[in-house]
Design a protein around this ligand. Structure first.
Ligand SMILES: [Zn+2]
Length: 289
C-alpha cells in the first residue's frame, strides 16, 4: 500500500490494475472532472500553475490511479483532447518512468517536434514523491529544482502526504508551494475524524496551500455493477450466474473498486477464470474506515 506510486500497469495482476482512460474510472466524479479540466488547460491553454489539489479518502479508493492516468495523459505525445485518452503507444505512454516513485527525478518531455498536437510545446518535469519514504535531503533537492524558473512545466505529486509531518517536511514545503510556479497534486488516505491524534492529521496551514480539496467518491450501485461487468469482459472472467455474484461483490466491497479488484484478481488466477459467489463471500475485506 505504501509503495503505490511504483505500481505500473500489469495485465497479470488485477490488484495493480491501472485505468487506461477516464472512462475506466468509476465514481470519483469530482476528481475526474478536476483532472480533465487541468489536462485541457495545460495542454491547450498552456497553463503551468494554479491547480494545487489535495484528494483524501480511504485507501484503494482510486486516488493514485486517477492521478497516474492524468499524468500519463499530460505526457502523451498524441493525446486526443476530445476523449482525454492517452494513445498508449507513444514513447512517453510506453515509458514507465512517470509511474516510478523512486529514482527518476526528471521526466522531461519535449513536444517541440509535434507542434500540431500541442500548440504550446513545453518541457515537463514530473516529480512523484512517495511521502512514506522520502527524506529531507530529497525534499531540499526538490525545492532547489523548483526554485529555478526556467519556464518549464513542473508537476509534483505527493502521495500519502500526511507522512510529511513526521519530520516537519510539510512546514518546509509551505513557502515553495506558495512561491514557485508548479502544479502540486497530493493524496492521502487520512480522513479526518473528531478526536484523532495530531500525527493523524494534515496540518491546516499545509492544507490551505491546496485550493482544490477533493474527497473520493464511491460509485453508486449501477455504476459499480457496470464497471465490474466491463472489467470481467476485459479480463476474460466469467461469473456463475446472471449478475447475482457481481451484485453481491458490489455490496461486500462497499462499492470500492479497489477492494472488488482483489476478488476479481483471485478469479483471474484460476486456470478457468470464473468468479463464484463463494469467492465473494469468503473474501476478507479489510476496510480502513
Ligand atoms: Zn501516448
Amino acid at each position: 500500500m505504501t509503495m503505490k506510486t511504483q505500481l505500473a500497469e500489469s495485465p497479470d495482476d488485477l490488484e495493480r490494475y491501472q485505468p487506461s482512460s477516464f472512462d475506466e474510472i468509476v465514481g470519483n466524479h469530482e476528481l475526474k472532472e478536476f483532472l480533465q479540466e487541468m489536462i485541457y488547460c495545460v495542454r491547450v491553454k498552456g497553463h503551468k500553475s494554479g491547480f494545487n489539489m489535495l484528494t483524501t479518502g480511504p485507501s484503494r479508493d482510486g486516488k493514485t490511479a486517477a492521478i497516474n492516468l492524468a499524468v500519463k495523459s499530460l505526457l502523451c505525445c498524441n493525446l486526443d483532447i476530445e476523449s482525454m485518452k492517452p494513445c498508449g503507444i507513444c514513447e512517453n505512454c510506453k515509458s514507465r518512468h512517470h509511474m516510478n516513485g523512486t529514482g527518476e527525478w526528471n521526466s522531461i518531455v519535449d513536444f517541440s517536434d509535434t507542434p500540431e498536437l500541442n500548440p504550446m510545446p513545453v518541457r515537463f518535469h514530473y516529480y512523484p514523491i512517495d511521502c512514506t519514504w522520502v527524506n529531507s535531503e530529497r525534499i531540499e533537492e526538490l525545492i532547489s529544482e523548483l526554485r529555478v524558473d526556467d519556464g518549464n512545466l513542473k508537476i509534483v505529486y505527493l502521495d500519502e502526504v500526511h507522512r510529511l509531518s513526521r519530520r516537519w517536511m510539510d512546514e518546509r514545503l509551505l513557502k515553495p508551494i506558495e512561491m514557485y510556479p508548479a502544479i502540486w497534486l497530493a493524496s492521502s488516505a487520512i480522513v479526518e475524524k473528531e478526536g484523532d491524534d495530531d500525527d493523524q492529521k494534515i496540518d491546516k496551514m499545509f492544507q490551505n496551500r491546496f485550493s482544490y480539496r477533493i474527497k473520493t467518491q464511491r460509485p453508486n450501485t449501477k455504476e459499480m455493477l457496470g464497471w465490474l461487468v466491463a472489467r470481467c469482459k476485459q479480463f476474460g472472467i466469467t461469473t456463475e450466474d446472471n449478475g447475482e455474484t457481481l451484485m453481491r461483490l458490489v455490496e461486500r466491497s462497499n462499492h470500492s473498486p479497489g477492494m472488488a479488484l482483489q476478488v476479481l484478481n483471485k478469479a483471474h488466477k484460476k486456470r478457468k477464470p470464473m468468479l463464484t459467489l463463494k469467492m465473494v463471500e469468503d473474501h476478507i475485506f479489510d476496510f480502513d474506515e
